[in-house]
Design a protein around this ligand. Structure first.
Ligand code: NCD
Ligand code: ZN
Length: 348
């Protein structure tokens, strides 16, 4: 098969940043996706009030042309900090934030204001459950004593606790990287789902720290993100469940652009800029796994929308099997797989 036409997809985990960076990265998403769930960990300040939600949505929309506005909708989120109150959540819901995101403190980019005490947020979860607002979790333990590679597995205790204590709260465990997370989400009720990125379907830890054949012994800072890619067994579990047709698992790119200087330096920012290659690489992976025709469309265009109780997109998009080399950079930002050959592209 050399072409595939599917319902236009959604990206349920997207970092768009602000100002100049927003202007640079947004077109790459608009070309492929009808909606994006916009992450709130922005700089200089995070999105933590209803005013922030409104301002950020307005900023995103002001960058879109009239035609783009008809084709793309930002779905807004608010960040939950230890100081978030039920009242803040109520107002955010009125400002049409459809999810509230928790970053455990210190685990990733811009998470200094993150959460340590999850039980302390129970009144907030209670309100979200009543309002039917989705809780979005960066699933890594904030405890310093938990080693980095164990952080996702350890966080699953917290996930189980919240799911048990708030049986009607819809929860998304974001960008899962381990077989343990897959198993846990499979075991938990229908209210708990997970996003899977495209880079975690391709990478293992060895592709980050320079042990894979492709990395030629060199550290690959552009593959560095949180949670970091894990083992081949973990990746196999992600590939299997992403192509299994289970509606609890859907696409969220976690496309997280950083300027080249912040990725090629001593203190490297976590985040992989996947937006320009997301759908082509998904076509490639689903084809490789023998599920391009039957399982790609539900994974990118249906399961997420259904979980978030949004209408399915009616527009369609076509991808063609045609090789191209990913550019070394887009306007000062190095994309995932820069300089490498990809076998599919979006037809424009
Ligand atoms: C994200 C970022 O750069 O904002 N980085 C990342 O490594 N994924 C934050 C996040 O989602 O963890
Ligand atoms: Zn993210």
């Amino acid at each position: 098969m050399d072409t595939i036409e599917i319902r236009k997809p959604d990206d349920f985990h997207l970092h768009l940043r602000r100002s100049e960076l927003l202007r640079k990265v947004l077109p790459h998403t608009v070309n492929q996706f009808a909606r994006g769930l916009i992450m709130p960990n922005t700089r200089p300040g995070p999105i933590i009030t209803n005013e922030h939600v409104d301002n950020y949505r307005n900023e995103i929309c002001s960058v879109l042309t009239k035609d783009q506005l008809a084709e793309f909708s930002p779905l807004m989120t608010i960040q939950i900090t230890q100081e978030t109150t039920p009242e803040i959540i109520n107002k955010a819901e009125q400002a049409r934030a459809i999810a509230a995101k928790i970053y455990p403190q210190g685990v990733t980019t811009n998470s200094e204001n993150g959460v340590v005490d999850f039980r302390g947020l129970y009144p907030v979860f209670e309100t979200m459950q009543e309002l039917d607002m989705v809780l979005s979790l960066h699933g890594e333990s904030p405890q310093e004593m938990v080693p980095g590679l164990e952080k996702e597995k350890t966080f699953l205790h917290t996930l189980r606790m919240i799911a048990r204590d708030f049986p009607k709260l819809r929860i998304v465990l974001e960008h899962i990287t381990t077989e343990d997370a897959v198993k846990c989400v499979l075991e938990l009720p229908e209210t708990v789902a997970a996003t899977i990125t495209v880079h975690h379907l391709f990478l293992t830890l060895d592709d980050v720290i320079g042990y894979s054949k492709d990395s030629k012994g060199l550290m690959q800072s552009h593959n560095f993100c949180k949670p970091i890619a894990k083992t081949v067994y973990d990746r196999a579990a992600l590939r299997k469940v992403a192509t299994s047709g289970n509606p609890k698992f859907f696409f969220g790119s976690d496309s997280a652009p950083h300027l080249k200087g912040s990725k090629e330096c001593a203190s490297v920012c976590a985040g992989v800029f996947t937006a320009p290659v997301a759908l082509p690489l998904l076509c490639q992976m689903f084809e490789y796994l023998g599920h391009l025709e039957d399982r790609l469309e539900p994974f990118v265009s249906e399961f997420g929308a259904k979980f978030y109780r949004l209408p399915l997109n009616s527009e369609r998009i076509c991808c063609v099997k045609k090789e191209w080399i990913v550019p070394q950079e887009y306007d000062g930002i190095v994309p995932f797989m820069a300089g490498q050959k990809i076998y599919w592209q979006v037809e424009t």
